[in-house]
Design a protein around this ligand. Structure first.
Ligand SMILES: NC(=O)c1ccc[n+]([C@@H]2O[C@H](COP(=O)([O-])OP(=O)(O)OC[C@H]3O[C@@H](n4cnc5c(N)ncnc54)[C@H](O)[C@@H]3O)[C@@H](O)[C@H]2O)c1
Length: 415
């Protein structure tokens, strides 16, 4: 039975380690964070993801997985550490570098090293490969296998998508790609396509850059439609009837750990200026400020106005607030002296104060819907209308039914 060492037990590493353990591998999960290691060793998980707790408890109780701070010898090493942006908007590869240094002393001839972290093109070969080659004198592709296998899962559906999504596997040579495919095909039911390291790295970044550019287009379209006093959602709905058109939804901005970051990774090593990708980033980053301006306009005649934000997370039905545009909106309104109250029952731990439904709506002058959580559908319009001081709703997600809102006497604003 093969032994796999997974480095980094976050949103990606933990579910992956669990799936590998569940598929019959002997897995050792490594994290540098004491809190995470202790929590996992107590049988609890730190990530709220459907089915994950149960799966983890199954694999830890039958000893298919072990969690530790200390790397061990293994047949396969998978690096799934974070790759944030640094202050210069470039990829911070320090976690990958320390993970590569962390495993170098345990790599033996015939081992396979896989990088899963989203990274600028060239990272697998020039950072991970070089660190191991220089310190072990083993050659990538000859003495050990080296591959890049990006992750495409969607938070909230991670376990389902780990199994069902198609995957792309890049190798430093064909043998490396084939060896990596063998690891994943134990649990992946989607197609696994093999290619080179750099193609796989760019594919991952291209996918999210494509989405960012498309969302920037829809955000720009929403501003144009607003000038024409036309509903952008109708425009997109009809335009998407075209067999070769697929415009994504506009919204309050783009958040999460991937879409706002990956386009910048794609541009990381190139000197080309004024790219469409860069401009799309600027458009999407400006949206929270445009929304905040509109909010200030709606409430300008109220004395000591209060605004209720429905949703702080960047995406519906998850509690992840990384890069959430709702935070920019909150900060912008707060800076302008507005009393802002946040209601988001899915956000568990944050420095932002999350209010109860009752407190968030009490004396509110505007409900600003930023995240289309299913759970918000359970809040009755009758309750909302009775709780608020002034009945204004600004919907950034096309979430509410306009006719119903009218029945309850709401003034309705929409992107
Ligand atoms: N979260 C997503 O939805 C998603 C989707 C696709 C791809 N990705 C990519 O996957 C990678 C991991 O993302 P994530 O969301 O799981 O990050 P995360 O921050 O949730 O988890 C990373 C973990 O790695 C640990 N770590 C850091 N350095 C370490 C080291 N040297 N040794 C051992 N552990 C270390 C951290 O303590 C943390 O627990 C990133 O490159 C990300 O861009 C994420």
């Amino acid at each position: 039975m093969k032994k796999i060492c997974v480095i980094g037990l976050g949103y990606i590493g933990l579910p992956t380690a669990c799936m590998l353990a569940y598929s019959g591998y002997k897995v050792i999960g490594i994290d540098v964070n004491d809190y995470i290691v202790n929590l996992l060793n107590s049988g609890e998980v730190h990530i709220d993801e459907e089915g994950l707790r149960k799966l983890f408890q199954k694999v830890i109780s039958n000893k298919a997985i072990k969690v530790s701070k200390n790397v061990e010898e293994a047949d396969v090493f998978i690096i799934a550490v974070s790759t944030p942006l640094n202050k210069e908007n470039k990829a911070d590869l320090s976690y990958i570098i320390s993970a590569a240094y962390g495993i170098k002393d345990y790599i033996k001839k015939g081992n396979l090293v896989i990088l899963e972290s989203t990274s600028p093109p060239g990272t697998t070969r020039n950072i991970v490969g070089n660190i191991i080659e220089e310190s072990t004198k083993l050659r990538a592709g000859r003495d050990f296998y080296l591959a890049y296998c990006p992750e495409r899962v969607m938070p909230g559906k991670v376990l389902y998508e780990l199994i069902n999504n198609a995957r792309i596997v890049g190798g430093i040579n064909k043998e490396s790609a084939k060896k990596a495919k063998e690891v994943y095909e134990k649990f992946v039911e989607g197609k696994i396509k093999l290619t080179t390291l750099e193609i796989a790295e760019i594919v991952k970044l291209a996918e999210n850059s494509y989405r960012d550019v498309n969302i920037a287009f829809s955000n720009e379209l929403s501003l144009i439609c607003s000038d024409y006093a036309v509903d952008v959602w109708d425009v997109i709905k009809f335009a998407n009837k075209h067999p070769r058109v697929n415009i994504l939804n506009p919204g309050p901005g783009v958040g999460g750990h991937c879409i706002p970051i990956d386009p910048l990774f794609l541009l990381d090593n190139i000197s080309r200026k004024d790219t469409l990708i860069e401009k799309s980033r600027i458009v999407n980053k400006s949206v929270p400020f445009i929304i905040s301006k509109k909010v200030l306009e709606i409430i300008k005649d109220y004395k000591n106005p209060k605004v209720t934000l429905f949703g702080l997370s960047y995406k519906e039905n998850v509690g992840d607030i990384r890069e959430s545009p709702a935070i920019d909106i909150y900060n912008e309104l707060f800076k302008k002296g507005i009393n802002v109250s946040i209601f988001d029952p899915l956000v568990k731990s944050t420095k932002y104060k999350i209010a109860s439904l009752e407190n968030s709506l009490k004396n509110s002058d505007l409900l600003l819907l930023l995240t289309a959580h299913k759970i918000f559908k359970k809040v009755s319009l009758d309750y909302i209308s009775k709780s608020m001081r002034n009945k204004n709703i600004f919907d950034t997600r096309n979430f509410f039914n306009k006719d119903l809102l009218k029945k309850y006497g709401f003034k309705y604003y929409k992107i």
